[in-house]
Design a protein around this ligand. Structure first.
Ligand SMILES: Nc1ncnc2c1ncn2[C@@H]1O[C@H](COP(=O)(O)OP(=O)(O)OP(=O)(O)O)[C@@H](O)[C@H]1O
Length: 272
């Protein structure tokens, strides 16, 4: 049942406190070189990190530092030059339904309705019709789009499309949700609404999330840890713990505590 796989905030936060055991996602000694003009370009160098169950981690770094290359390797879309990625201890050899993906540019299927898009994942398609219908209905409700179940993507706003993309990824119950600048194409107001939406969703489901963003404020607002990447080659230069209460709303962005952490991340980025 869908409901049983989602945790109440209380269950989720108690789980969060004894999480530091087995990583959900692990990246070990990872390097990636590309051939550019007959030379080997080292794009990623010695990337190592662990992501634990129910964590929300954001990655920031200058354009071209290798963030997309890294997420594509974790997704299994490209192979590393050396090193490995593990999900729940198993080595990633290619794309898989254990990793959900949400990209900046809405990757919905235009010929499917909202409900059809949400029900598209391979884990969902393996369910019987009744269970599948229930799960689609549940996730339509979670993202507030029940009324739009029969609409097509072209009839939706940018924020709604991204909510469908997030619902589609979550409905497939991935072990890790990978997001590549999911709100990068949205206007400032919609982006802020979507940040709050994602945070509320994470507080309900406590899905393990690894997200790339260019927006330092967004990274601090959403995550518990921020990885700052340097360029040429791309390395994780620093990991900054976001020591803010778990219950967050946009007003928090105006507090001195929030501003102090944001400044720390920005300085770290500048020094990279
Ligand atoms: N297939 C490829 N072949 C050769 N070089 C590549 C390839 N893909 C990426 N690169 C190079 O790797 C580097 C990192 O690119 P990547 O897209 O991962 O950076 P990024 O941090 O995601 O950038 P942005 O924030 O602008 O999206 C760049 O110098 C890019 O030119």
């Amino acid at each position: 049942m869908v409901q049983s796989s989602l945790k109440t905030p209380t269950q989720a936060s108690s789980q969060f406190h004894h999480q530091k055991k087995k990583p959900k996602l692990e990246v070990c000694n990872l390097n990636k070189n590309f051939n550019q003009q007959h030379k080997q370009l080292a794009v990623l160098k010695n990337i190592n990190f662990q992501l634990y169950e129910s964590e929300f981690v954001c990655v920031v770094g200058a354009s071209g530092c290798g963030k997309s290359t890294l997420i594509n390797i974790i997704a299994g879309l490209i192979q590393p030059t050396s090193g490995e990625v593990k999900v729940d201890g198993g080595i990633v050899l290619g794309p898989g339904s254990d990793r959900g993906m949400v990209f900046q540019n809405y990757t919905l299927y235009p010929w499917l309705t909202v409900a059809g898009n949400i029900g598209f994942g391979s884990r969902l398609r393996s369910l019987c019709a009744k269970q599948r219908k229930e799960r689609i209905a549940y996730f339509l409700e979670v993202v507030g789009l029940t009324r739009f179940a029969k609409a097509y993507p072209q009839q939706l706003s940018g924020g709604m499309k991204q909510r469908v993309a997030i619902a589609r990824a979550l409905a497939n119950e991935p072990d890790v949700l990978l997001m590549d600048e999911p709100f990068g194409a949205l206007d400032a107001q919609t982006k802020e609404q979507m940040q709050q939406f994602l945070l509320n969703l994470w507080q309900q489901t406590h899905t393990t999330i690894w997200m790339i963003t260019h927006d330092v404020e967004e990274a601090v607002f959403l995550s518990q840890r921020v990885f700052v990447m340097s360029s040429n080659p791309g390395e994780i230069k620093q990991e900054i713990a976001i020591d803010l209460p778990q219950d967050r709303d946009v007003e928090m962005k105006l507090t001195p505590e929030f501003t102090a952490i944001k400044r720390k991340v920005m300085h770290c980025l500048r020094d990279c």
